[in-house]
Design a protein around this ligand. Structure first.
Ligand SMILES: Cc1cc2nc3c(=O)[nH]c(=O)nc-3n(C[C@H](O)[C@H](O)[C@H](O)COP(=O)(O)OP(=O)(O)OC[C@H]3O[C@@H](n4cnc5c(N)ncnc54)[C@H](O)[C@@H]3O)c2cc1C
Length: 386
């Protein structure tokens, strides 16, 4: 049986794509390796841009998500600064006529809201279905499952949103290891945060405090050796080290929980399209979290792909020209998001002492030149291209 479309992976990006196609009258199958009713990943804090909010609004996911108490935390301002440098800039939502610069949402809360929206739309997910190979022919694409007893699923087009993109014939993944890891944790503070986020560039790499519920989510980059030591510290010693690193701009940490770490790398699929197959979201690009671009790029992948699919006649679905059109449409946004993130890591992530001057200068300029600041803020809000 030849389906129109198979989506491999119903994480935030695959689920967003499936939802955006709810009225498209397609024979669609959605697979996910996780067991029914369980979020795949350990929880993490996602920083959603204003643009991602607009996508979730159009899919009718946002109102329910935002009306659940404590699930969505608006970021009303971001202080960007650097250790041992003179620069500081503050981005404020009201300067840009938006209600918030972004929103912090837990991965699990977002995933459950998307799962519920798919169920309401009558789009079933085949849970417990792990794909292990995607191979295309000019006429169809076949997705083979790890369950050897299941028949391969054939379709006109396979969209791979599995977070790693390792399955597709003809698509390879390039990896640049940054040699750093991100230590993440939740920290409690002794006063209301008022929606204020902080991003700080230090000689060990960038770090961020994102308001989440009544607490802050910390993303703290460092060498793997330092991460091991930091994760092994007692709670008070961890908070002291964090306060020392954050410097005088921030005080009042009183508790810590959920400490974890993960390696930092830039991973890019090349190309993002194969024979009757396309990779989206983290499967297409997985970025350093410094600029909060990766997840939001993935949401735009999903939304743009849905628009391309909706406007393609069924018999052209998954053919070379359709996939080339999609890839061409996504290219400027992808390249800009990747270059912006990688550039920030290179510019602000180095420990070369003289770099402190241009860094501080850039930040100071950003604060004193409203148009430059607007470009930066706009990149944070909508991505570079849109
Ligand atoms: C360790 C880590 C920490 C991160 N921390 C942050 C953070 O702090 N802030 C932030 O903004 N972003 C963070 N990110 C990035 C963010 O999680 C991603 O941008 C986002 O999850 C991308 O969504 P996705 O749907 O593309 O992929 P995923 O969220 O990875 O979802 C993939 C889905 O595919 C399913 N799947 C996987 N393999 C198969 C298979 N073979 N067959 C079928 N289904 C499959 C999975 O069950 C899952 O549901 C982090 C990423 C990682 C890896």
């Amino acid at each position: 049986m030849l389906r129109d479309l198979v989506i491999v992976g119903a994480g935030p990006v695959g689920a967003t794509l499936a939802l955006a196609l709810r009225d498209a009258d397609l024979d669609l199958v959605v697979l996910d390796s996780r067991a029914a009713g369980t979020p795949y990943r350990s929880d993490r804090s996602l920083a959603l841009s204003h643009g991602a909010r607009l996508i979730l609004e159009r899919l009718d996911v946002w109102p329910r998500l935002a009306s659940t108490r404590g699930v969505v935390t608006p970021i009303t301002s971001v202080d960007v600064s650097q250790a041992r440098g003179f620069g500081m800039t503050r981005l404020v939502a009201s300067d840009h006529d938006v209600p918030a610069l972004g929103y912090v949402v837990s991965y699990r809360a977002l995933q459950s809201a998307l799962d519920a929206a798919l169920a309401r739309a009558g789009i079933g997910i085949q849970f417990g279905a792990a794909a292990n190979k995607v191979g295309g022919t000019p006429a169809y694409v076949a997705v083979t499952l790890t369950d050897g007893n299941a028949d391969p699923i054939t379709a006109r087009l396979a969209v791979i949103a599995d977070g790693s993109g390792a399955l597709v014939d003809g698509i390879r993944r390039e990896r640049k290891d940054y040699g750093h890891v991100a230590v993440t944790a939740k920290v409690a503070i002794n006063r209301p945060h008022g929606g204020r986020a902080f991003e700080r560039f230090t000689d060990e790499g960038p770090m961020a405090l994102l308001p989440e519920g009544e607490d802050y989510g910390v993303v703290w980059t460092m060498t793997p050796e330092r991460a091991q030591e930091t994760l092994a510290l007692g709670d008070n010693a961890f908070l002291d080290a964090l306060a020392a690193r954050f410097g005088p701009r921030f005080e009042g940490f009183v508790g810590v929980s959920s400490r974890r770490s993960f390696p930092l790398a830039l991973e890019i699929a090349r190309p993002t399209i194969g024979t009757r197959a396309v990779v989206v979201g983290n499967a297409a690009q997985s970025l350093h979290p410094v600029a909060g671009q990766g997840f939001n790029l993935g949401m735009r992948d999903a939304f743009e792909l849905a628009q391309t699919i909706i406007t393609t006649p069924r018999d052209a679905l998954g053919d070379g020209p359709m996939l080339a059109t999609y890839a061409k449409r996504r290219l400027p946004d992808r390249v800009a998001g990747i270059a912006f993130t990688h550039g920030l890591v290179q510019l602000f992530g180095t420990s070369f002492p003289l770099m402190s001057w241009p860094r501080g200068f850039a930040l100071t300029l950003l604060d004193s030149l409203p148009p430059a600041k607007r470009v930066f803020a706009r990149a944070m809000l909508f991505g570079i291209h849109t």
